[in-house]
Write a protein that binds this ligand. Sequence first.
Ligand SMILES: N[C@@H](CCC(=O)N[C@@H](CS)C(=O)NCC(=O)O)C(=O)O
Length: 284
Amino acid sequence: MKTLSETRLFGGVQGVYSHPSAATGTEMTFGLFLPRAARTGKVPLLWFLSGLTCTHENAMTKAGAQAWAAEHGIAVVFPDTSPRGDGVADDAAFDLGQGAGFYVNATQAPWAGHYRMWDYIATDLTRVLFDGFALDEGRQAITGHSMGGHGALSLAMGLPGRFASVSAFAPIANPTQSDWGRKQFTAYLGADESAWSAHDATLLMRAHGFDGPVLVDQGGADQFLGLLRPEALAEAMVARRQEGIFRMQPGYDHSYFFIATFIRDHIAFHARAMADSGGSGAGS
Ligand SMILES: N[C@@H](CCC(=O)N[C@@H](CS)C(=O)NCC(=O)O)C(=O)O
């Protein structure tokens, strides 16, 4: 692992690091905020998965998470959204290829070689984080925005027991029924739609839900509402009797201004759930 930068803020440290990933076969960059408490003991970890076109940097610099993470004594990791580099397949469209990994393991050419973002998050980056930093593997939670909200919800429901809580800002909530999903799943996973359902938050919610609290915020003036399909997830949460809160926020769009407005609530929500979850030890 290489340290690219470490900068003091809110009494903690905002680091940027890179490391070789066996999952993607590339060098990957991530941001990690460690609160002051990490100097003397292991702290809980919140994952923040970003959306289309983002690198590790967007949420790290624009979401405003660190002030509240420092207050609650929790770390926040900001992973990249895809493998990158000259030897990595790409597409001219902003919603496919580099910056648009969709948190799946691609099985189709030309993507299968490097686009393994599920394994990257679930396994590779997990080991780098818990082996390299003062983080409590038994206290993890996950959030994300848009494509990253899709990633957070599908990883949380796909890896039962791992995350104490899950939240999302304007998630791509029902990708198997949206052009933000069908296009990418066809490219990465192939035309057989049976391989897609493990990556659709609405279908996962209908099938088994999440064993813990869920918080979803959606802007009412989001320019991508038709692609995000929040109503499908909200209906599935009610049908499942899922513990959780779905909030429509009138007037808010899809931007980081929306995220920055509500991030305080999400950090407090996850801090509470991770404190309740026991911690120290058996993270899976
Ligand atoms: N560039 C796209 C929109 C991409 C977009 O809105 N990306 C969101 C995530 S889905 C984002 O976080 N962008 C980066 C940023 O705002 O910093 C378009 O023009 O339609």
